[in-house]
Structure formats: structure tokens, C-alpha cells
Write a protein that binds this ligand. Structure first.
Ligand code: B1M
Length: 212
């Protein structure tokens, strides 16, 4: 029987082929898909998140681990859909209008996926109305906005203003982040949450969506 701890351990080291092979083997052995996800893949990503938060590892290591997670998820995905495994919540994520920086946003998305959330990545240069439109269509619980330019930060405020005028007001939580963004700015524009890095974004979203 595949040791799920081994999957977690290999994932923290970014050993993509080994992780994928072990996950496939665990599935072939008839293992519980949810258990493989939670005790193997997500347990590994949780360790990666903690180490990143403590500055024990850096962006490249996280990206390598996240790549291993993505490959392993390809094996599990068909079974997860089939079993309709309950995800922790749905997040529409994007870099705001006028801004093309996506490395940090992608990292946030990977960490959220690693923590068991469903992420709908809208990419870069996302208009305020687009976040709201897709959140409505997909019944998302949270919108994650990233900005790397001081000149694009006002697009976050525009999104919250539009949200407050929409039917989703109060239902869709908003978390913001990016190098020039601060907690003060989040408070000023009425965002529900702010996170300085990808690992803490997971904690903030968990808190915001505590009902799940
Ligand atoms: Co640009 N750029 N850039 N750039 N770029 C910066 C941001 C800049 C600080 C460089 C500088 O001048 N020192 C500066 C902004 C100045 C300012 O406004 N304060 C700048 C500029 C000016 C520009 C252009 C205007 C340059 C030009 O064309 N004259 C232009 C703008 C294009 C546009 O967006 N319209 C531009 C273009 C580019 C590239 C395309 C070349 C490239 C982006 C490639 C890409 O993203 N695919 C690029 C890059 C790479 C950078 C730097 C060097 C690195 C950014 C990065 O990826 N960091 C950056 C300088 C720097 O930071 N040293 C710079 C790594 C990443 C992991 O960190 O994104 O902060 P970060 O994400 C962190 C946290 O912030 C947080 O978690 C992440 C992980 O811990 N986080 C969130 C991010 N989003 C979050 C969302 C959350 C929560 C947390 O919740 C939803």
C-alpha cells in the first residue's frame, strides 16, 4: 500500500514524477481519493505553505512544489469530479485592470488550490465588472484581487464600489494583495481581507469562508 506520508514528503521536495507515480499507484490500489488528496497532496502543500511563511523556503521552491501538486491533481481530477468531493470554497482570482504582473497572483492561486479551494483564475488585466460577473455565474464565495502597480490599485476600489452596487453585496468576500497593497489600503477601500503573501492569503481566505 502506498504510504500517503511519502506523497506529502515528496511533494514538499518538488519531486513531481515521484508524486504523480505514487498518486497513480494509490488510485490503482483502490485507495480513497479524498484521503489521497487530503493526507497526501494537501498535507504536503500545507507544509510548503508553513515553510514559505517562516521564510524557510522561497518562491522557486513553492513554484516547484506547486507544479508537482498540479501534476498529481491531474491524476485525481476525474475521480474528484465523479465523487463531487466537497471543496472548501470557490474563489475568482485575477490581477486588476491595467496590470500584467501575474507571478504573485499565480502563487496565491496555487497555494489556495493546495489548501483545497477551487480557484477560477481570470488572468491579468481583469476589469472590476468581470470579477463580479464571473463570481455571479460560478457562485463564487470570494474574489481575490492582485495589484503590483500603485497606479492600478484604484481598480481594487472600483471593484468593491461595483460590488456594493450589485446583488452580490455582502455575499462575495474580497481579499486583496500585491507588493504595494497594505492592510491600511484594504481598510480604506472596504476589502474584507488583505494578505502580504501567498501563504497568509490561504489563512485569510480560510477565515473569511469559515462557514465551509
Ligand atoms: Co514590473 N514593476 N512593470 N514587470 N515588476 C514592479 C512591480 C516594480 C516595483 C519594479 C520597479 O520599478 N522597482 C514597478 C512598480 C512600481 C510601482 O508602481 N510602485 C514595476 C513597473 C513600473 C512595471 C512597468 C510599468 C514597467 C514599464 O513598462 N515601464 C510594467 C507594467 C506592465 C503592466 O502591468 N501594465 C512592468 C512590467 C513587468 C514585466 C512584464 C516585465 C514583469 C511581469 C511578468 C509577470 O508577472 N508575468 C515585471 C516584473 C517581474 C516585476 C518585478 C521585478 C517582480 C514582480 C514579481 O513577480 N515579484 C517587480 C519588482 C520587484 O518586486 N522586485 C516589478 C515576485 C512575486 C512572487 O511577488 O507579485 O509581490 P508579488 O506577490 C507576492 C505578494 O505581493 C502577495 O503574494 C505573493 C507571493 O508571496 N500577493 C498577494 C500578490 N498578489 C496577491 C493577492 C492576494 C494576496 C497576496 O490576494 C488575492
Amino acid at each position: 500500500m502506498v504510504d500517503l506520508k511519502q506523497i506529502a514528503e515528496d511533494l514538499t521536495k518538488g519531486k513531481a514524477p515521484e508524486v504523480k507515480e505514487l498518486v497513480q499507484k494509490a488510485v490503482d490500489e483502490g485507495g480513497d481519493v479524498e484521503k489521497i488528496l487530503n493526507e497526501g497532496i494537501l498535507a504536503g502543500m500545507s507544509v510548503v505553505g508553513d515553510r514559505f511563511k517562516k521564510n524557510e523556503i522561497y518562491v522557486p521552491e513553492v513554484l516547484i512544489a506547486a507544479k508537482a501538486m498540479k501534476q498529481a491533481m491531474e491524476v485525481l481530477q476525474p475521480f474528484l469530479t465523479e465523487k463531487d468531493t466537497k471543496r472548501k470554497g470557490k474563489i475568482v482570482l485575477g490581477t486588476v485592470k491595467g496590470d500584467l504582473h501575474d507571478i504573485g497572483k499565480n502563487l496565491v492561486g496555487m497555494m489556495l488550490e493546495g489548501a483545497g479551494f477551487e480557484v477560477i483564475d481570470l488572468g491579468v488585466n481583469v476589469a472590476p465588472e468581470k470579477f463580479i460577473q464571473v463570481a455571479k455565474e460560478k457562485s463564487a464565495d470570494c474574489a481575490g484581487l492582485s495589484a503590483l502597480l500603485t497606479t492600478t490599485m484604484p481598480a481594487m476600489k472600483q471593484m468593491i464600489n461595483s460590488l456594493n452596487k450589485s446583488a452580490l453585496k455582502g455575499d462575495l468576500k474580497v481579499i486583496i494583495g500585491g507588493a504595494p497593497v497594505t492592510q491600511d489600503y484594504a481598510d480604506e477601500i472596504g476589502a474584507d481581507g488583505y494578505a502580504p503573501n501567498a501563504a497568509s492569503a490561504v489563512d485569510v481566505v480560510k477565515e473569511l469562508l469559515a462557514k465551509f
